[in-house]
Design a protein. Sequence first.
Length: 118
Amino acid sequence: VQLQASGGGLVQTGGSLRLSCAASRNILSIRAMGWYRQAPGKPRELVARLTSTGSTNYADSVKGRFTISRDNAKNTVYLQMNSLKPDDTAVYYCNALVLGLTNWEDYWGQGTQVTVSS
C-alpha cells in the first residue's frame, strides 16, 4: 500500500488545517487508517484512527477538535484539525494497517509538517 499525505502547513493558534492521505488501493480493504504525529524529541503518537467498519478513536488531546473521515470513492482519508494549538506542532504521518499473508502490516506515508504559531 502506498500512502500520499498532504495538507500540512503553518497556521496560527486557533486556526484550522485539513490533512489528506490518498491510498493506492481500496481503503475499505484496509483494516484501519490513521494519523500519527511526532514532535521533536518525542515518540510518535496516535492522533486518530478510522477502521474499515467506521469506528474511530482519538487521542485525548485532540478530542473535540480533530475529526477523521474518509472518501471511499477517492480512497482518501482526511484529518480535519480545528482550534489548533502550538502543542499540535509536529510531523504528521498517515498509517494503514493491512492484513498480510501471516500477520498485520503497517504502512506509512511520508510525513507532512504542521506548525502552529502562538
